[in-house]
Every structure is written in C-alpha cells, then in structure tokens.
Design a protein around this ligand. Structure first.
Ligand code: CMP
Length: 138
C-alpha cells in the first residue's frame, strides 16, 4: 500500500475541475484519505517547490501556485504514485497521452491542472508539508 500527494492547482479549481479530478481517482479505485481546500501564500508555494528553486520557471510557478485556491489530497492504494502519474499524463500537456487529465484540460506546461508526487520519498515529504497524521483517515 502506497500514498501520494495530489494537488488540483489554481487553474484546475478555476476551470471547475475538482469534481472531474476526484471522479477519475475514484473511478480508478484510488482511495482518498485526506482532502482540503486552501490558498498558498507565495512563501508556502516557494517552500513546496523548493527543489525547483534554481529553475528558470520558479518565480512564475510560485506566483501561479499562490494565485488562487488549490485542493490538496492524499491518495492511497497499490502503486498509487505511478497510477496517479498515469492518470495525470506528462508535465507538458502537448506530450501527455490522450485521455489523461493534462491532455484533456491543461493549458500549458506550467498551468497543468494537477500535481502528483514522483517517488515514495517525495510523497512522504509532500504529504507532511500539508497534513499531519491526525488529518489522514485510516
Ligand atoms: P508539477 O508536477 O507540479 O512539478 C513542477 C511544476 O513546475 C510542474 O508541474 C509545472 O507546473 C511547472 N513546470 C515544469 N516545467 C516547466 C517549464 N518548462 N516551464 C514552466 N513551468 C514548468
């Protein structure tokens, strides 16, 4: 059993896609064990994406991620990190497989609707960034 962090980004919330994203998780049999809506400050967005600090897109990304409400979720299931990434599709929607969330809805490589942890270690860190053990439904 594995856990991962998912985020419906400000563009996903603005486009009214919270339900659509949740539906795709549930349809896939992925269990949602925590879910919360919130708005990140610029500092909180910078902290979350600290590994990308040196990237040319860091400023724009953190401005975007703090531009409106997001929904953060903890997903649980067998191999859920890879399964969530398969549902999301490639970071760049132009390269994402047909039928994935990003291919279907994303505007560009930055405003790409959803985030998903890429490995067990990052999943652990990212879940801890938003949730405590008490927030998770066991
Ligand atoms: P995410 O999966 O949340 O991880 C890092 C984010 O940075 C990514 O989705 C995009 O939103 C953004 N990103 C990645 N590559 C680029 C890029 N080349 N230009 C702009 N934003 C990017």
């Amino acid at each position: 059993m594995q856990r991962t962090l998912s985020i419906v980004k400000p563009d996903g919330v603005e486009k009214g896609l919270i339900g659509e994203v949740v539906r795709r998780f549930e349809k896939e049999g992925i269990c949602i064990v925590a879910m919360r809506m919130r708005r990140l400050s610029r500092r909180e967005a910078e902290g979350f994406y600290a590994v990308h600090r040196e990237r040319p897109f860091f400023n724009s990304l953190t401005e975007f991620m703090s531009s409106g409400p997001i929904v953060v979720l903890v997903l649980e299931g067998d191999d859920v990190i890879a399964r969530n990434r398969a549902l999301m599709g490639a970071t760049d929607p132009k390269k994402a497989e047909k039928g994935t969330i990003r291919a279907d809805f994303a505007g560009n490589v930055e405003k790409n609707i959803v985030h998903g942890s890429d490995a067990p270690e990052t999943a652990e860190t990212e879940i801890r960034y938003f949730f405590s053990d008490l927030d998770l439904v066991w």
